[in-house]
Structure formats: C-alpha cells, structure tokens
Design a protein around this ligand. Structure first.
Ligand SMILES: CC/C=C\C/C=C\C/C=C\CCC/C=C/C(=O)SCCNC(=O)CCNC(=O)[C@H](O)C(C)(C)COP(=O)(O)OP(=O)(O)OC[C@H]1O[C@@H](n2cnc3c(N)ncnc32)[C@H](O)[C@@H]1OP(=O)(O)O
Length: 289
C-alpha cells in the first residue's frame, strides 16, 4: 500500500493529504507515537518519540513521523526541528524487528517503502534538524540521527550509537552506508559498519558520529543553543547548500527505489535471515529475564 494510502488508512475517511493532516491535528490525542511541540516565537518545533517500550520504528510510527514532518515543512513559521525521546534511556531502538520478522512479502515491501520515504524526507528536510540523543541509538535510530544537521548526545556511558546491523546477521542497505560515509568518512565506515560497532558517547564524539557530548541534564539546552547558531544563517542560503551537499546521495536511492524494495524483501524473507532475527529477539528476551 502506498504511504499516502497508508496514512489515509490510519485516518479513514480523509480524502487528501490536507484532510489527513487536518485530522491528525484534530486527533492529536489519538496519535500516540509522536508528539510535536512548537515554539512559534522561536520558530522551533520539538518532535518527541513516544512509542514504548523502546521507540522502535514500527510501520505506524514511521507513518506518523512522515505525516508530522510534512505538516511541519508546510508550516512556514517553523525553521528548526529537534528530535528527541520523550523518555530518556532509549532514543530509538531502530527499525521494528517485528515488522521484519514473521510477516509476508507484501508487508515487508510496504514497510520498506515507508522507511525509504522517512529517510528521503529527513535527509532533504529544509528545516535545521538537530538530534538530541538522550538514550540508546542503534541502527535505524542512528540513521535518523545521521540525517540531522547536528547531533548532541547525552554523556551517559550506558547509551550507545551506531549501525549494528551485522551483529544481527543483517546488512545495512547502501543508503544507510552512504549516510554513514557522509557522516564519518570512508575508512571509519569500513570498520564501523563491518563490525556493527555501537559507540558510547566519548568514542562516538571521537569517530564523529555525534558532534557534541554534554552532561545529560544539559542535552536539551545544548540542542537549543546549537539551533540558535544554525538559525542565524539565512534560510535560503543554508537550504540550497544542504540540498547541494545531499543531492547525490538522495538521487542514488531515488533512481533505484523499487529495486531496493525488491532486494530488501528477498533478503529479509530468506529462511537463514528469519532464523537469525528470531534468535536475536530471543536473546533480547533472555537479557531482560
Ligand atoms: C548486498 C546487500 C544485501 C542486502 C541488503 C538488502 C536489504 C537490507 C536488509 C535489511 C536491513 C535492515 C536494517 C535494519 C535496521 C534496524 O534498525 S534493525 C534494529 C536494530 N536494533 C537493535 O539491535 C536494538 C535492539 N534492542 C536493544 O538493544 C535494547 O532493546 C535497547 C538497548 C534499545 C533497550 O534496552 P532495554 O531498555 O533494556 O529494553 P529491552 O531490551 O528489555 O527491550 C524491551 C522490549 O522491546 C523489544 N525490542 C527491543 N528492540 C526492538 C526493536 N528494534 N524492534 C522491536 N522490538 C524491540 C524487546 O524485544 C523487548 O520486548 P519484550 O521482551 O518486552 O517483548
């Protein structure tokens, strides 16, 4: 199902994106997974992840993120957007394993199309985007952070960030890899991606996967300070510069979206990959016990 249809399916009766968005606003209380708080005077919105227990990027969560992003992009009073977790401890546990395990090919295709849509929107976002990383930030969580213009991480050694896909026996697709290479460079990506490294704050800063590490109680004020610095630049100049820098990476996915979906579906449907995901989910349960 196309993402627009998916959004409409989440909000039955809405005939257009405008209607979808109007109803999302009206039904804010029903939208549990993403909370947006806007400071109109400052021109800054904060998007808080609220998808317990670990802010996994389920199909519903991804759809809500896309809808809210589109709405903010259409609101010309909002120039900056901060992402964070409503509950410190986990920023996002990444893609929802339960959308990639034990489902049918049509579901995998629908999920992957939505994940692609989210990345395309985030990576090309005209607003200044800052990730306030106030918890664990593996895989898809790290991807969201890396699409931002700037990353501030709380200095808590329990929190780690990185693309750990290989540790799950899966492979980060080329556009995850491209985003990492654009963030930390080629050689560091070779090491980071093959070993599936998750970096605690000090190492994350050293490798450049985050830009600033601050005491946990200062993470939001630090993000606001960074935002103020970036908002001092005229929007049109900054936006054109961002688009110029990111266009080749975006075009690379746009050219081969359907092929990428097919590759994902065939890869994730393999018995060996499904078995690996099952074991990983069991491992998470045992760790908890
Ligand atoms: C040539 C090229 C070939 C192929 C390429 C083509 C295609 C590519 C194919 C695949 C690409 C996929 C890319 C995948 C990206 C991802 O993001 S995968 C997700 C990776 N995420 C993780 O590894 C994180 C796993 N979770 C954790 O480490 C921890 O949960 C945490 C540190 C985030 C939080 O720890 P705790 O607070 O201690 O919480 P628990 O561990 O107890 O978890 C509570 C609860 O939540 C469940 N859960 C955790 N993470 C997820 C998740 N990502 N999705 C779904 N569910 C998750 C966990 O199992 C617990 O469940 P219950 O036991 O309560 O039922």
């Amino acid at each position: 199902m196309a993402l627009a249809s998916r959004a409409r399916a989440l909000l039955p009766g809405a005939r257009s994106w405008g209607a979808v968005l109007a109803r999302v606003t009206a039904q804010r209380a029903m939208s549990h997974r993403v909370v947006v708080e806007t400071d109109a005077a400052a021109g800054v919105a904060v998007m808080k992840f609220r998808n317990p227990p670990v802010n996994s990027l389920s199909l519903e969560m991804v759809t809500e993120l896309v809808i809210n992003l589109e709405k903010l992009e259409n609101d010309k009073t909002v120039r900056g957007l901060i992402f964070t977790s409503e509950s410190p401890g986990v920023f996002s546990s990444g893609l929802n394993l339960l959308d990639m395990y034990g489902r049918n090919p049509a579901h995998y295709a629908e999920y992957w199309k939505a994940v692609q849509e989210l990345w395309l929107r985030l990576y090309q976002c005209p607003m200044v985007t800052v990730a306030t990383i106030n918890g664990a930030c593996p895989a898809g969580g790290c991807l969201i952070s890396m699409t931002c213009d700037y990353r501030v991480m709380a200095d808590n050694p329990k929190y780690t960030i990185g693309l750990n896909e290989t540790q799950l026996g899966i492979v980060a697709p080329f556009w995850f890899k491209d985003t990492l290479v654009n963030t930390i460079g080629y050689r560091a990506s070779e090491i980071s991606l093959q070993l599936g490294l998750l970096y605690p704050p000090a190492e994350a800063l050293r490798v450049g996967i985050v830009d600033k590490v601050v005491p946990e109680d200062q993470v939001h004020s630090a993000a606001l300070a960074v935002m103020a610095q970036w908002l001092a630049i005229p929007d049109h100049a900054r936006q054109l510069t961002k688009a110029m820098l990111r266009k080749p990476t975006v075009d690379n996915l746009v050219r081969q979206r359907d092929a990428d979906i097919q590759q994902f579906v065939s890869f994730i449907s393999r018995d060996s990959i499904q078995k690996g995901l099952q074991m990983y989910l069991q491992m998470l349960k045992q760790k908890k016990a």
